[in-house]
Design a protein around this ligand. Structure first.
Ligand code: CTP
Ligand code: CA
Length: 226
């Protein structure tokens, strides 16, 4: 892949990576989260830095050290904060890789005091939809090369290809969640889709998959954007 650039396939490029979950606060002591560990996104950020890119990493709440070579890390908590941080940093980025598991909904109101239990009655939470970071970027006239992720429990290929089209992405990396793969696991397996092709990256450690993903991103970027 990318013979002329070799090991430094992203040299001279600014790459923005989002990683981890988001937490949507309910009250001062509770939140809605998801099971993303951030490992895949952090591995992608490290692989992009190894490939010579200047890497910025926007991280949700994770317990991971900043990977070697990453130039800038911005920690956020909620999807709204991640949306704002990514949109600001994307103005300078050549490539955005959205590996974060962004919460789709947030409580419509965040209680300023701890919600108290009322025995015997049900509690109803009203949720509002969060903005879609990738869709916001692709709606801008000038935007980075866009790479999405799709973690699916079923119908992986059709959901991933649908997201590629609907969100206006250049590439999407899909994985099946469950069976010891995906969230919280050391291993993963990905299928990459772009408009006219697909390639399967078989089960491997996330660091190895990240290097392969980055090599494909570099190749597609050079082929379409120079
Ligand atoms: N994504 C995003 N902003 C959101 C939600 C998702 O940028 N508010 C990005 C994710 O970072 C990922 C891609 O969109 O790169 C796909 O996320 P996913 O949750 O699989 O897709 P959704 O469009 O949210 O659809 P659903 O959760 O219903 O499968
Ligand atoms: Ca989602």
């Amino acid at each position: 892949l990318v013979a002329s650039f070799g090991e430094r396939s992203l040299a001279g490029l600014k790459v923005l990576v989002s990683a981890g979950p988001t937490y949507e606060d309910i009250d001062p002591v509770r939140f809605i989260g998801n099971r993303s560990s951030g490992k895949m996104g952090f591995a992608v950020a490290e692989a992009a830095a190894q490939a010579g890119a200047e890497v910025s990493l926007v991280a949700g709440p994770v317990s991971l050290a900043t990977p070697p070579g990453v130039a800038q890390r911005i920690d956020v908590r909620s999807a709204a904060q991640m949306h704002a941080a990514v949109l600001q940093a994307a103005a300078q980025a050549d490539i955005y890789i959205g590996a974060a598991a962004v919460g789709d909904y947030r409580p419509q109101e965040v209680a300023t005091q701890k919600l108290k239990k009322h025995d015997g009655s049900e509690l109803v939470l009203r949720l509002a939809e969060n903005p879609d970071i990738l869709a916001s970027l692709s709606a801008q006239t000038a935007h980075p090369f866009l790479v999405g992720f799709a973690a699916e429990t079923h119908d992986v290929a059709s959901y991933a290809q649908g997201k590629l089209r609907h969100k206006g992405l250049d590439m999407i990396a899909a994985n099946q969640v469950g069976g010891g793969l995906g969230f919280e696991a050391a291993d993963n397996a990905l299928t990459l889709y772009w408009a006219d092709a697909a390639v399967a990256l078989p089960r491997a450690e996330k660091s190895e998959l990240a290097r392969q993903l980055v090599a494909h991103v570099a190749e597609r970027y050079r082929a379409t954007r120079g």
